[in-house]
Design a protein around this ligand. Structure first.
Ligand code: PRX
Length: 635
């Protein structure tokens, strides 16, 4: 409930007393000061809460900055802390995952069951020749097997590369090719909005364009008929039946690794060119995701945590898969669309499963808000105690609806700012913090953030500038896969010694950060991160397009919508039919999320002298147009 504004400026929501009383961190400012004074000590204490096969010699090594190392000398495997250590305790009987499919089918896995299936599948991967350090691509929907597959890779020291199941042919092909994966793990299909997403067909088409993949493992999900290439493709459930284990050693061992060995790569869009693979490692990442989830969402043994993201994005990696398991928590995962068959699907499941914490994106909140209060009001949401949001700035209107209609005014909202690169929450409140709708509040314990101008000087409070982070953190990216130079260039060269986030932000007089958005050519569509370059390259891969430029324009629901400007090749002329064909082409190449909202044909694009397209000019022009005018074809 809003309370009279005391010392903080603007609209402030103070946490309810009972939330503060039960919080892991009742004194936000106090722990901040403590962690600030002894930053490495703070992280070392968090690391001690996990188990290690050999201790570290050094908490953080900055001798080769910006190639920072964490927990140097330690030996570990994230799967040991996420699964193995729990099955040795009473938690073996605790549910690790509760899952509901879109058609309504259900599956629950205890820690024991998940540990067992991961062990079996790890054995399968080994028998197919997967070795430590190998990249394995995973392309699936939100089904339990995606979690099993990720953990099985990590268990044997292989590096998973998950490609979001909403991506399509070229996006999948590019990521397989770049990572040189030998194995692809996919499913026949997935359910979305009552329809089958034909994952295996898309995978087959992508594989025709690349040669590295030797075997494909296919989970049977939808049961529709798919082509299985003899010798190359195998059914997951068939493989799990095989007696693969060696006699007397039927429990595959978790491979114990050096702290800095890679855990996964995850592709994300940057300023230029193709998506780049962000590298995360075992030791630092496990400490970072474990501690941030524990503190920010005040995780307790009895919680039922629901991160409604997709495992294919970093949010899912950190807070569906690793963070909750590291905490020994019970997670809920749902396969399908939030509005299927009706707009109360989410609220129904919160009631049914007794979800205590819901973590989602502003775009989902806005989408559900559209249907009005009656849908959530039909359900008992009293099990909820905390809410969360991530992915883009949340507009205060959506924040207030979420707080009122879903949280019934009782549940503080954790607005967590972070990135694929950061691996973990970076600017975020904790439940005992006073909240301001639309602000992600302050840096996580011990971290320092700044808003700086082009000259690198901190700008005055209230002014916009580039958001930078001042201290390395355990779950930070280690590099861009195969491209150390680009890592240094992109994140550490503009302001040496400080990490460039690519976001613009403001800081207010209370030290609260307000994220404005990307400063580079990255567009956030429904919270998904897409590069203008990828979409442009998909457009020019169509026979009719000579040149293309893509911008993001404000959209009430999606945050931003994609607008594309295309110059046609000789012999092609503008038509509504061609517009539709190009939209479908982009959706086919990258995925439905990248489908442009508008295609505009043009004879020329504004460019700098050196030939760079000035997207800013296009954006200004587009915003100056009256509504309804955008689809008019230019000659
Ligand atoms: O622009 C910021 C926005 O999402 C970007 C990172 O996108 P991605 O790597 O896909 O990771 C998204 C999920 C961690 C950031 O640079 N962003 C993320 N969280 C917030 C946000 N913008 C405002 N508020 C947030 N809470």
């Amino acid at each position: 409930m809003p309370q009279p504004i005391t010392s903080l400026e603007g609209e402030v929501y103070y946490p309810p007393q009972e939330v503060i009383a039960q919080a892991h961190v009742p004194d936000w400012d106090g722990l901040q000061a403590e962690a600030d004074a002894d930053y490495l000590g703070f992280w070392e204490a968090r690391a001690r809460e996990l188990e290690w096969q050999a201790p570290w010699r050094m908490v953080m090594d900055d001798s080769r900055a910006p190639f920072y190392k964490w927990f140097l000398g330690a030996r570990t495997n994230i799967v040991h802390n996420a699964l193995d250590r729990h099955v040795a305790t009473w938690r073996r009987n605790k549910l690790a995952l509760i899952w509901e499919g879109e058609p309504g089918d259900q599956r629950s896995l205890s820690y024991h069951a998940l540990h067992r299936e991961v062990g079996q599948f790890a054995q399968v991967l080994k028998s197919m020749g997967a070795e430590r350090g190998d990249r394995i691509t995973i392309y699936m929907g939100r089904i339990p097997e995606i979690i099993v597959a990720m953990l099985a890779c990590a268990k044997i020291g292989a590096v998973h590369s998950v490609v979001y199941g909403g991506f399509s042919v070229e996006a999948l092909h590019g990521r397989i090719e770049d990572s040189q994966s030998k194995l692809l793990i996919t499913a026949d299909g997935g359910w979305l909005n009552g329809k089958i997403v034909r994952l295996k067909d898309i995978a087959d088409e992508a594989l025709r364009r690349c040669a590295s993949v030797e075997h494909v493992i296919v989970v049977r999900r939808t049961g529709h008929e798919v082509r299985m290439e003899p010798g190359r493709d195998f059914w997951y459930d068939d493989l799990l039946q095989l007696p693969l284990s060696r006699p007397g050693n039927d429990r595959p061992q978790t491979e114990i690794l050096d702290a800095e060995e890679p855990l996964y790569i995850l592709y994300t869009s940057g300023t230029t060119g193709k998506p780049k693979a962000i590298v995360h490692t075992h030791a630092g990442y496990q400490v970072g995701t474990y501690a941030t989830l524990k503190y920010v969402f005040d995780l307790r043994e009895e919680d039922r945590w629901w991160c409604a993201a997709d495992p294919g994005w970093v949010t899912g990696h950190s807070y569906i898969v690793y963070g909750p398991l590291l905490n020994g928590a019970t997670s809920f995962m749902y396969e399908g669309a939030p509005t299927y068959p009706y707009p109360d699907r989410w609220w129904r499941m919160i009631e049914k499963y007794g979800i205590t914490i819901l973590y989602t994106a502003p775009t989902a909140i806005r989408g559900l808000m559209r249907f009005g209060d009656a849908w959530p009001a039909r359900h008992d949401l009293s099990s909820l105690r905390l809410l969360g949001t991530v992915g883009e700035p949340i507009n205060p209107e959506a924040w207030k609806w979420y707080h009122r209609a879903i949280g019934k005014g009782r549940c503080p909202i954790m607005d967590t700012w972070w990135q694929t690169e950061t691996g973990m929450f970076m600017i975020t409140p904790v439940p005992s913090a006073p909240l301001k709708p639309g602000s992600a509040t302050k840096p996580f314990f011990g971290q320092q953030a700044e808003v700086v101008g082009e000259d690198g000087q901190v700008v005055p409070d209230g002014e916009e500038g580039n958001l930078v982070l001042k201290r390395p953190w355990p779950a930070m990216l280690r590099t861009i896969y195969g491209d150390d130079d680009r890592y240094v260039e992109q994140y550490w060269s503009k302001y040496p010694g400080r990490y460039l986030t690519g976001d613009s932000a403001k800081r207010d007089r209370d030290g609260y950060f307000w994220i404005i958005g990307r400063v580079d050519d990255v567009i956030k569509v429904s919270g998904y991160r897409l590069g203008t370059a990828e979409i442009e390259s998909a457009l020019v891969s169509h026979a009719s397009v000579a040149e293309a430029a893509v911008i993001g324009l404000p959209d009430e629901l999606k945050g931003h919508a994609i607008h594309a400007f295309c110059i046609l090749r000789a012999g092609y002329s503008p038509s509504i039919q061609l517009q539709e064909e190009l939209k479908a082409h982009v959706a086919h190449e990258i995925g439905p999320i990248a489908r442009p909202a508008e295609i505009q044909f043009t004879d020329a694009l504004p460019k700098t002298r050196s030939g760079k397209i000035m997207r800013r000019v296009l954006k200004a022009r587009a915003l100056g147009m009256s509504e309804g005018d955008t689809s008019t074809l230019e000659e």
